[in-house]
Ligand binder design. Sequence first.
Ligand code: AVJ
Length: 319
Amino acid sequence: MTAFKGPALLASPIAEEVYEGLSSRPKQLPPKLFYDAEGSRLFDEITETPEYYPTRTERGILERHAQAVVAQAGTNLTLVEMGAGSASKTRVLIAALLSQQLRLDFYPVDVSSSALREAVSSLNGDFRGLHVSPIVADYSRHIPPLQSLPGRKLVLFIGSSIGNFEPEEARGFLKRLRRSLSPGDALLLGFDMRKDPETLHAAYNDRQGVTARFNKNVLARINRELGGRFDLSSFEHVAFWDQKKSRIEMHLESAVEQIVWVQDLDQAFYFSRGERLHTENSYKFSDATIASLLRRTGLRLENTWTDPKEWFSVVLARV
Ligand code: AVJ
């Protein structure tokens, strides 16, 4: 890793990660940088495209099995959600929980304060007995001490956000999450499963180009927040399935040789023609890789729910 040498007084919270990523070879940026207000909005738009199946498939599983899921999780639960975003799928579980208990405390955790604000304002008033306390945190770096929250916890990490981690990071994250909880607490995890390459490819190359705009928004964000001079039209959205690594890769490919100035980093970045900036990996799982991940992190796999095509799995694990 290169040390960040930009002017400290101007550094925004993303300055260091952007500097590191654009200085490394190959160039890369962490996917969490997608999620400013505009990126969170674009992600929600992706979930509405006909090609992007994960969100509606997972919602279908939760709608069908919500009662069974919460009954298995336990009684008198406190709900926590890592990477809550707009928490739209969470509503289904909240409704099921409030049919088995009168009061529910809900702690949504997310890097995006705008997404959390939206979650809180849309949930408040919709459910009697629901108390929402949002936590703005980058859970990939720091997990809030969840033991100090009252009652037995049900922690949601749904939406296959876990697929953005490298396998080793996923294990580290689940271990830290387990240690931040108490024995008997439950974890509900969402995994996007391996499937035919055409379906996977189409999900990250939608015809309306929403995913391309979502990908390019990271450059627009650097322009907005760090005084960058990226010309979005000189980069192309590239997304493909890598069967061996069992992941979708997303990149931004420079269509021309160019030098891009980023004012607040006091630095110019050179791109050769065809050079790729790696913006995301989205790992896809099998029953075997899920079981091995949980075993290696010391969690007990209690139950799995899936859809008729087995495209997505929702897994209950016990601490
Ligand atoms: C939110 C990480 C699950 O990997 O499918 C959607 C993000 N990237 N389209 C995914 C995403 C491109 C999404 N996750």
